[in-house]
Design a protein around this ligand. Structure first.
Ligand code: NAD
Ligand code: ZN
Length: 361
């Protein structure tokens, strides 16, 4: 097992349960002082004009930044949102509130750091490159599975790489979990993001870096994912509440272990074809029977039960150069391969094998 020593951080505070969103104003007010008395709301633009906005306690002093989630977070947008915030008031905001899925929460986490760390966010992609603590960040997840709400990384696509800003300060200071907000997530998206969580567990449990700590989180998360997705008739609110917990646990399982084959390949699809993380993982997992046979079987059962379509043939039109690019992106994720197969991982997987997998997607 390769296991670098690290002391992990979790969010400082959790608020959990139906109706929690109604207390967001109190949580924000607690962070205000005479000087820093305004907030930034970074919100998935799906919610613009939707009933949820009546529960968002923004005032006229605050700044709302709407996020287009059609593309995953980019360093260039992080920089421009930071500039908007600095131009809004001569004093810094008391809080940054991120309301949305993994895309929006990662923007909130990254922007909160860039406000207090001058420079281009692309220069901070990597481990422990951030110097100063960011603005107090509150995340409100609106779809469950990525674990971004509890992770120490904000995944960004920069000019050169898709890589997280990862450090102790990237963790949200506070998270508000309200399962009622998840009611409007469409079936396919709910499955794709939910399967991100299921796959986090599969990869950590089957990996060589697994510890008792990672295992405890992954096993509970896995149990919840199966309760929800192997059951067609569960009450939606009950199911969404369970998936909020599964996402927390799955996120922690990879913090204390690591992802594997599926995530390594899925990053290749994301960088070259701009495929979103959740659906990308499903497209890849659809080809991974050999590596995760038991989980593959369950994954197919869940897909069939929920009548979800997984795109196929997305690499059909790819040139050899594009396929090679995907292989290189995946191959470079050494820590994921190392977790999946151990330190001698190159004996188990070759670039040709990876390319063949991409061809089938
Ligand atoms: P997302 O934030 O990309 O949103 C996906 C879609 O769901 C969007 O169309 C969005 O508008 C919609 N949506 C979200 N909430 C909704 C609601 N309540 N009702 C209706 N529609 C809703 O989805 P995601 O899968 O949560 O996030 C993927 C992103 O998370 C990727 O950018 C990925 O890189 C990142 N990620 C980060 C981490 C981390 O540790 N930081 C881990 C995994 C993934
Ligand atoms: Zn993931």
């Amino acid at each position: 097992m390769l296991y670098d020593f690290r002391s992990f951080v979790n969010p400082g505070k959790y608020a959990f349960g139906k109706g929690s969103i109604n207390h967001l104003g109190e949580l924000i007010d607690k962070q205000k002082n005479e000087k820093n008395n305004w907030s930034v709301f970074i919100i998935d633009n799906y919610f613009s004009g939707k009933p949820l906005m009546s529960k968002i306690p923004s005032t006229e002093d605050d700044l709302i930044i709407w996020i287009d989630t059609s593309e995953e977070p980019k360093t260039t947008f992080v920089n421009s949102y930071r500039d908007l915030i600095l131009a809004h008031d001569s004093n810094l905001p008391a809080t940054i509130v991120g309301i949305g899925g993994g895309t929006t929460m990662d923007y909130a986490k990254a922007v909160g750091l860039m406000v207090t760390n001058p420079g281009d966010s692309a220069d901070f992609q990597g481990l422990d490159l951030i110097k100063n603590e960011g603005i107090y960040t509150i995340c409100v997840p609106t779809v469950s599975g990525t674990g971004a709400e509890v992770s120490m990384t904000a995944v960004l696509s920069g000019p050169e790489k898709k890589l997280g800003i990862k450090c102790d300060y990237t963790i949200p200071n506070e998270v508000v979990f309200d399962p009622e907000i998840l009611a409007s997530v469409p079936t396919n998206q709910r499955f794709y993001t939910g399967m991100d969580c299921y796959i986090h567990n599969a990869e950590s449990l089957n990996g060589t870096w697994i510890t008792e700590m990672g295992k405890a989180f992954a096993e509970k998360s896995n149990e919840l994912c199966k309760e929800v997705f192997l059951n067609k008739d569960m009450d939606r609110l009950v199911a969404d509440e369970k998936m909020m917990v599964a996402s927390i646990m799955g996120g922690n399982s990879i913090t204390y272990a690591q992802v594997g084959v599926c995530h390594a390949l899925s990053y290749g699809l994301a960088v070259v074809l701009k495929v979103h993380h959740g659906v990308g993982n499903c497209i890849v997992f659809n080809q991974l029977e050999k590596y995760y046979p038991n989980e593959y079987k369950e994954f197919k059962e869940m897909q069939t039960l929920h009548g979800v379509t997984i795109p196929e043939g997305i690499t059909k039109e790819c040139t050899e150069t594009e396929l090679d690019q995907m292989v290189e992106v995946s191959w470079a994720l050494e820590h994921m391969w190392n977790n999946a197969f151990g330190p001698e991982w190159e004996k188990h997987i070759t670039k040709d094998m990876i390319k063949d997998l991409f061809r089938k997607m």
